[in-house]
Design a binder for this molecule. Structure first.
Ligand SMILES: *Cc1c(COP(=O)(O)O)cnc(C)c1O
Length: 221
C-alpha cells in the first residue's frame, strides 16, 4: 500500500507543469518521513535550519539535493558549504560574499537565489528591489566567482487576500523578467515562489519552483 506521503506527492505532481520543480520541505520532519518521499522518487528537499539540514544530510542517501530555504546565518554557512545544492535565502549582500568564501574553501561553485522581501510583513527577510538590482547589475559573477546566482525567491504575505498575494508574486515575476531582459546573467532561470497555501497562485504568476511542506508531510507540530 502507498504511504500517505507518497500519495500526497503523487497528487501534487500531477498538478504541476513539466517546467516546475518541486522542493519537498521536510523541516521538523523525521528521517522516516523523508525516506517515504525518497522512495516515491522525490530528490529535492528543503530545510530552513542549517544545523538540522546538516544532520539529515549525514543520515540520508547521497543523491538527495538539499535546498536551504530559510534565513541564513553567516557563521553557519561553513556547515552546509560542502554539500548544499541551492541556497534560496540569500537575504543581504553580505551573505553572498560569505557564501563565496565558503564555497571557495570547498572548491565549489554554489548555486543560490536572491531572496526579495515581497511581503508586507516586517518579519520576513530579504532584499528590496533596488538593493537586488544593485547587486545583480554589478557583475556578481566576477566579484563572486564561487557563487552562481540562479534566480530569485520570495514569500508572499500570510493572508487570505488573494489579490494581494497575486500582486506580490506578479511583482517578483516582473522583476525576474526585467533582470533577464536587461542584465546578461548566465543561468538566471529559477523563480522560487509558492508554498502549500499559495502555490497555485504562484504558478499562475510564473513560478517555476515551489516549496511545499505541509501539503506533503502533514502539519508541523
Ligand atoms: C516552511 C517553509 C515552506 C513550506 O511551507 P508549507 O506551508 O508547509 O508548504 C516554504 N518556504 C519556506 C521559506 C518555509 O520556511
Amino acid at each position: 500500500m502507498k504511504s500517505l506521503i507518497a500519495e500526497s506527492l503523487d497528487h501534487l505532481k500531477h498538478k504541476l507543469p513539466d517546467n516546475v520543480k518541486l522542493v519537498a520541505v521536510s523541516k521538523t520532519k523525521p528521517i522516516e518521513d523523508i525516506m517515504e518521499a525518497y522512495k516515491a522518487g522525490q530528490r529535492d528537499f528543503g530545510e530552513n535550519r542549517i544545523q538540522e539540514m546538516t544532520e539529515k544530510y549525514g543520515q540520508l542517501p547521497e543523491d538527495i539535493r538539499w535546498h536551504m530555504i530559510g534565513h541564513v546565518q553567516g557563521n553557519k554557512i561553513k556547515y552546509m558549504a560542502p554539500f548544499v545544492h541551492l541556497v534560496h535565502g540569500m537575504d543581504k549582500p553580505k551573505r553572498v560574499k560569505e557564501l563565496n568564501k565558503e564555497a571557495q574553501k570547498n572548491g565549489r561553485i554554489i548555486d543560490c537565489l536572491i531572496q526579495i522581501h515581497i511581503a508586507r510583513e516586517e518579519s520576513k527577510f530579504g532584499f528590496d528591489y533596488d538593493e537586488a538590482w544593485q547587486l545583480l547589475s554589478d557583475s556578481p559573477g566576477e566579484k563572486f566567482p564561487h557563487v552562481r546566482i540562479r534566480g530569485l525567491m520570495g514569500m508572499a504575505t500570510l493572508t487570505d487576500n488573494e489579490p494581494q498575494i497575486r500582486n506580490e508574486f506578479r511583482g517578483l515575476k516582473q522583476f525576474f523578467d526585467k533582470v533577464n531582459n536587461e542584465l546578461n546573467l548566465p543561468d538566471f532561470d529559477i523563480l522560487s515562489m509558492g508554498m502549500s497555501g499559495d502555490f497555485q497562485l504562484a504558478l499562475d504568476e510564473g513560478s517555476n519552483m515551489i516549496r511545499i511542506g505541509s501539503a506533503i508531510f502533514g502539519r508541523r507540530s
